[in-house]
Design a protein around this ligand. Structure first.
Ligand SMILES: Nc1nc2c(ncn2[C@@H]2O[C@H](COP(=O)(O)OP(=O)(O)OP(=O)(O)O)[C@@H](O)[C@H]2O)c(=O)[nH]1
Ligand SMILES: [Mg+2]
Length: 392
């Protein structure tokens, strides 16, 4: 827990947040690390800062690559496209590429040979009205979370995703494979179980001030305490959204982009294997009701049809329809946004102009006592709402 950092360290962190160039940020973050003691209580924080530094170094590499046109390394993660990005994770040879080529048009090499896939590779999976971007990542292995082999790419992709497919193989020992995936995710601070508190801190332009949207409950602290904490890290302009039950410590951890929650399902592939049924039972026993398990065979196609439904079901997204002010009908295709999103979130998704020049919105929804209702930007949307945005 990063609690009780010396004021000097907080000041340094603030400088790091304000630094514009990645080189400068790295320097400040390294100085920041030297300003707090090395012990069990700061272990998490050190790991997070180290990961941040690795990412910044990668960013510098990527820029160099763009300038010189010379590839120095593979992409860290894939830009999001479509309605949601699902990252496929698993140890080597479980059939991640087979899944990608079953669900999408992506051209990938499927080989009975380990470590074929060496960079995050996307494909688009059309499920009903939705476009789900599936991303195969290089194999997870012991030590991936320490940055070994492709660890940085694979786990950064997972961190960046909207949902995860954790893939194991029923021709091997799926319990061991799942244990490996769980361990690496845990070390990388990616949770697949919904935490009590979910906190998002979105930094805003200077002068915007601090805004708090508390959809859940604060434990042993007030909004004033949160404001004081954020200001001590130099955060003066931000929207802070809190769902579930959050303590001051949870908010402090969120400042360092510590733990993230990503919904997940387990996909047990190679269900055509003679011992598959028995191993599936062992896996179910080991996992309990922690995560949903879906068994498929990419080789025979068994179970694959149900996947779209399962993948969409695990995502924390809702459909919102938009309507132009002078039209009668709402759009046929919905926008998909995170559950708990506001009118501002929707506006930003459509175009930054809608956000920057936002005046008010009209919302039609089943839960509303009357529709349309005139609302402001922080109004929380729900699945199935229709929204009409008005600009200044
Ligand atoms: N029996 C059986 N074999 C499968 C199935 N799915 C994939 N395979 C085989 O498993 C091997 C590995 O498949 P890939 O899809 O390349 O596995 P991967 O997880 O992408 O592996 P790497 O990228 O090399 O880490 C290939 O020989 C596939 O033909 C399945 O459902 N049943
Ligand atoms: Mg592969």
């Amino acid at each position: 827990m990063p609690a009780n950092l010396p004021a000097e360290a907080k000041q340094k962190y603030r400088e790091a947040s304000l630094a514009r160039r990645p080189e400068e940020k790295i320097k400040k973050l390294e100085e920041f690390m030297s300003l707090f003691p090395k012990h069990k209580g700061t272990e998490n924080l050190r790991a997070q800062v180290k990961r941040k530094i690795s990412l910044l170094k990668q960013e510098i590499e990527d820029k160099k690559q763009k300038r010189t046109g010379v590839a120095t390394g593979p992409k860290v993660f894939v830009e999001k496209e479509g309605d949601a990005q699902i990252v496929i994770l698993g140890p080597t040879n479980v059939g991640r590429s087979s899944l990608l080529s079953t669900l999408t048009n992506a051209k990938v090499a499927v080989l009975n040979y380990p470590y074929t896939t060496t960079e995050p590779t996307p494909g688009m999976f059309n499920y009903q009205d939705l476009q789900l971007q599936m991303v195969e990542t290089p194999a997870l292995m012991k030590g991936s979370s320490e940055g070994g082999s492709w660890g940085l790419q694979t786990l950064t992709s997972a961190r960046n995703a909207d949902g995860l497919v954790l893939m194991v193989d029923l021709s091997q020992n799926p319990v061991e494979q799942f244990a490996l995936i769980s361990r690496e995710l845990e070390n990388a601070k990616i949770l697949t179980k919904k935490p009590n508190a979910r906190i998002e801190i979105e930094k805003l332009h200077m002068g915007a001030k601090l805004k708090f949207i508390v959809l859940g409950r604060l434990i042993d602290c007030t909004v004033k305490d949160l404001a004081r904490l954020l200001k001590s890290y130099g955060i003066r302009d931000a929207t802070v959204k809190i769902r579930g039950e959050a303590t001051l410590d949870d908010v402090e951890e969120a400042i360092f982009e510590g733990k993230v929650y990503r919904p997940a399902i387990i996909l047990a592939n190679k269900a055509d294997h003679p011992q598959a049924a028995e191993r599936l039972e062992q896996l179910k026993k080991a996992v309990g009701d922690e995560l949903k398990i879906v068994a498929v065979s990419c080789a025979t196609g068994a179970g694959v049809d149900a996947l779209g439904h399962e993948v969409f079901g695990m995502l924390d997204i809702m459909r919102v329809y938009t309507k132009e002010p002078n039209k009668k009908m709402a759009s046929a295709r919905p926008f998909t946004i995170r559950k708990g999103s506001t009118v501002f979130d929707l506006a930003k998704r459509i175009h930054s102009d809608f956000y920057e020049q936002f005046s008010y919105a009209k919302v039609w929804g089943k839960r509303l006592r009357f529709s349309p209702q005139k609302v402001g930007g922080t109004f929380a949307l729900e699945d199935g709402d229709t929204v009409e945005l008005h600009m200044k």
